[in-house]
Design a protein around this ligand. Structure first.
Ligand code: IPE
Ligand code: IPE
Ligand code: MG
Length: 249
């Protein structure tokens, strides 16, 4: 029996849906006197380790923040390297994801990406659409405010088209128009890199998520780190507005 299996059994309660703000690539590289892009390349290994570990543990959905709607403001060269890397990794990894029965999807406003990249994404989503072991969502050109605005716009359009009434807009129908609506509720939100903020990630979805912040820089985040985050999640008491006594009953 491998150590992975033993440890998986030791964790009693596996979160169904984990999201990660993968931060600290640039600093990781700079600490070693290397260019920031070296950190982005090294970060790909951490993505692979997290996907593989999450799937083995039985996590149902893993959502990774790869590129925010604000990241376009970075130097042009860094943005273009990130796009190339995304394209390269997608091409290389999609077969492996498929082999592992993982459903792949990208959330965010894809319209700003090159048509070649959009096509690659569509192909990967199509290939893996019926897979059932885990859903891997990559947030790219994603912003929580964009997500909420987008849902509001879609619902408004339906009202204007007389497809629904104004009173049909409620938390549940609104939620159905946001990204990740078809997945289990977000249980655990991890941020690496030492900052304590959400940076416009899953604003709507994080309503009752547990937050876990670590100083570890993303390229140093591995299977052990993920298990540590999950075991700390296990020590939390999620009350959802109720009292501790009510929860224990
Ligand atoms: C996260 O690492 C990756 C992206 C935002 C694409 P950073 O590039 O933000 O690394 P730091 O925070 O500057 O170290
Ligand atoms: C958040 O990291 C976005 C991703 C990890 C993709 P940033 O590095 O862009 O966040 P800020 O700018 O420090 O808040
Ligand atoms: Mg950063």
């Amino acid at each position: 029996m491998s150590t992975t299996v033993i440890q998986a059994e030791a964790i009693e309660n596996i979160p169904q849906h984990i999201a990660i703000i993968m931060d600290g690539n640039g600093r990781w590289a700079q600490q070693q006197g290397k260019r920031r892009v070296t950190g982005h390349k090294a970060g790909v290994e951490s993505v692979r380790a997290s996907v593989s570990c999450a799937r083995k543990l039985g996590v149902k959905a893993l959502t990774l923040f790869a590129f925010s709607s604000e990241n376009w403001q970075r130097p042009e060269k860094e943005v273009s390297v990130l796009m190339d890397l995304f394209m390269f990794v997608l091409t290389r990894e999609v077969k492996r994801l498929h082999k592992n029965n993982i459903k792949f999807q990208v959330i965010g406003d894809l319209s700003r990406f090159s048509s070649k990249l959009q096509q690659k994404i569509a192909e990967a989503e199509k290939l893996t659409e019926d897979n059932t072991s885990m859903v891997l969502s990559i947030a790219a050109n994603y912003g929580g405010r964009w997500d909420i605005t987008h849902a509001a716009k879609q619902l408004t359009q339906k009202v204007l088209n007389n497809e629904i009434a104004l009173d049909d807009i409620n938390e549940s129908s609104f939620n159905a128009h946001t990204s990740l609506a078809q997945l289990p509720e977000l249980d655990l939100l991890i941020r690496t890199g030492g900052d304590y903020r959400i940076s416009n990630f899953l604003l709507w979805q994080a309503a009752y998520a547990e937050f876990y912040f670590t100083d570890i820089l993303w390229p140093d985040f591995d299977e052990e780190q993920l298990k540590k985050a999950i075991s700390i999640f296990n020590q939390r008491e999620r009350r959802f507005g109720q009292t501790s006594d009510q929860i224990k009953k």
